[in-house]
Write a protein that binds this ligand. Structure first.
Ligand code: B12
Ligand code: SF4
Length: 514
């Protein structure tokens, strides 16, 4: 039952329905559509003349909705990619494979913030801003918006800049909120710079904190990790607000179909640090794909998942869904997909362009104790066959390898190159082991007093050395890594992998003809 709050009678011309409506009721905000429907229905009961109606209006929504003022939040994504190792940077610029991938990744929007935007109550306006390199002009544009709050999404590598901006805006009396993976790991640190810090999943907290702000009761800390009432059920997911983006700036968009990963690798700093493993219902993913197609007719989609195909039954439904669309897409998985032919068949038919798999190391010793159940260690002997099998279905495999494990020696660098060549991988990524704050690896290295600095967050780029390696000096590890980069991304190696990629594509064509 709705509370009847006012009754008004007025006459108006049919063509100017909305205008008369707003004028008469003197509403500052547009009424809810359900309310409009009710009023139109009411009109059906009333006598009609050709050009005008006499309408009896029964207002139903709660008073607050009608009279409350509009609020505004600016959501800031610290976008772009970062690498500080100068030599690597110079080298990187000459390495075609590396540059291509960086350019592709660098343009991705903040799905976290677009997700929060979709959960924002109607009495809040949202302005979404990406700041890569920024200047005074960019900051002035934010000030001119006169927002009630400025909310940042944080990743570790750009947290110092986030804090700098937070301090700047705080001085101008804006309320500052910071959430994301970095504040989830180190909320106390972030509290020095923000009015409110968020730890964990944002959807439910966001709604609560906006309400708290309206009521002047904003808290300094909200956590879905410490308060399970705030953890989010993906059944309640809303389609991210892709319409906030200027789509011409992007070459890919992201959607998240799963959150978390059950493997718990000791170095992993992805969404598993803020959520247990969970899956989004397929019909909601379908809505997201449709929404993307509304704003972009030929999209390329990157799943922002940690590890998509953990649950094989659900994954097959997901792949059937993708199969209905003509959308190219990419995601991250573990090698277990190689053991499921039905899944591989569906994957091949789903327009999946590539899967990224974390093989982590070519040195099996490095896999020991890496994840909670030693699962990756047990898969090591299957690596080469798994790559061959997945690619035989026409799905390109992008293999990821991490260098800098305690078990690594100089030989590991040679073996990694040999492994990559032998594996027939059609794409490759190598990164340096990085102790992101909050991870088991971070706690271990801190205990062993091997972190190069107590705070080194800007160096958490996956390409900068941040701790004392076991079998090398820091300089040796840097040099060995650069050397491997120059071999792996040399024009010849890239060319070779591109020809493998074309062969894989031919597999797909043959496979899909079957
Ligand atoms: C897409 C992506 C990017 C994009 C977009 C980043 C972004 N702002 O979201 C771009 C290309 C910019 C990017 C850049 C980098 N990335 Co990146 N990226 C990803 C990826 C693949 C998906 C992230 C995602 O969309 N998640 C889904 C959304 C829904 O989750 P979310 O953002 O965490 O948001 C939720 C909560 O955190 C919270 N929340 C987030 N922000 C806020 C803000 C407020 C106010 C509130 C209330 C809540 C809240 O609510 C959201 C919903 O629950 C992840 C890998 C992965 N599988 O997660 C890596 C990942 C996030 N990236 C990583 C890294 C290392 C980088 C780079 C350093 C790489 C580099 N060398 O440059 C840079 C970072 C530089 C920078 N710009 O800060 C690491 C980060 C680890 C960490 N703790 O910082 C990850 C986890 C990958 C990994 N290998 O570990 N990345
Ligand atoms: S498999 Fe990947 S996503 Fe899962 S815990 Fe390990 S590193 Fe993280």
């Amino acid at each position: 039952m709705h509370k009847i709050e006012s009754l008004c009678i007025f006459t108006f011309n049919a063509k100017s329905f909305n205008l008369a409506f707003f004028k008469t009721t003197k509403l500052k905000t547009k009424p809810k559509s359900s309310w409009l429907v009710l009023t139109r229905k009411s009109a059906d009961f009333l006598p009609r003349t050709i050009h005008s109606y006499t309408l009896c209006l029964i207002t139903q929504n709660n008073k607050k909705q009608m009279t409350s003022r509009k609020y505004k939040a600016v959501l800031i994504s610290m976008s772009g990619v970062r690498v500080y190792n100068k030599k690597l940077l110079e080298l990187g610029l000459t390495l075609p494979g590396f540059v291509d991938r960086s350019e592709v990744i660098a343009s991705l929007p903040s799905l976290g913030l677009l997700t929060l935007a979709s959960h924002t109550p109607k009495n809040w306006d949202i302005v979404y801003i990406e700041l890569d390199d920024y200047n005074d002009n960019d900051l002035n544009k934010i000030i001119i918006e006169k927002p009630d709050i400025i909310a940042f999404s944080s990743l570790t590598a750009r947290i110092y800049e986030t804090y700098e901006l937070a301090t700047f805006f705080k001085k101008q009396n804006f309320k500052i909120i910071i959430g994301g993976l970095h504040t989830s790991a180190l909320p106390r640190e972030a509290m020095k710079y923000a009015d409110t810090v968020i730890q964990g999943e944002g959807e439910k907290i966001w709604v609560q904190l906006l309400l708290d702000y309206e009521e002047g009761k904003l808290k300094s800390f909200y956590s879905s990790l410490l308060n399970s009432n705030y953890s989010f059920d993906l059944n309640n997911s809303k389609t991210p607000k892709y319409e906030l983006l200027d789509i011409s700036k992007y070459n890919r968009l992201t959607i998240q179909t799963t959150r978390g990963c059950p493997l718990h690798c000791n170095f992993c700093a992805a969404s598993r640090t803020i959520s247990s493993y969970k899956k989004k219902p397929i019909h909601l993913i379908e809505k997201e794909l449709n929404k993307i197609l509304e704003v972009w007719d030929k999209p390329f989609i990157e799943l922002a998942d940690d590890n998509t195909f953990v649950d094989k039954k659900w994954s097959k439904e997901l792949l059937k869904l993708f199969g209905k669309y003509n959308i190219k897409w990419f995601t991250e998985t573990d090698i277990s997909i190689a053991y499921d032919d039905e899944l591989l068949e569906l994957l091949a038919k789903s327009n999946c362009a590539q899967v990224l798999i974390g093989f982590e190391t070519s040195n099996s010793e490095g896999l020991k104790g890496l994840d909670r159940n030693n699962w990756k260690y047990q898969q090591y002997d299957n690596y080469i066959n798994a790559i061959e099998k997945i690619q035989s279905y026409g799905i390109s495999v992008n293999g990821c390898f991490i260098l800098g494990f305690d078990t690594d020696t100089k030989e590991t660098f040679i073996e990694t190159e040999q492994f990559i060549t032998k594996s027939g991988l059609s794409e490759v990524q190598i990164t340096l082991l990085t102790p992101f704050p909050g991870t088991d690896l971070y706690h271990q290295l801190k205990k062993e007093k091997r972190l190069l600095k107590s705070e080194y967050w800007d160096k958490c780029t996956l390409f900068d050395v941040t701790f004392q390696p076991k079998n090398f000096t820091v300089l040796e590890l840097e040099n060995l890594f650069q050397n491997l980069m120059s071999k792996i991304y040399s024009p010849e190696s890239v060319l070779k992998r591109r020809s493998t990629f074309k062969q894989v594509l031919r597999n797909k064509i043959t496979y899909n003809k079957k």
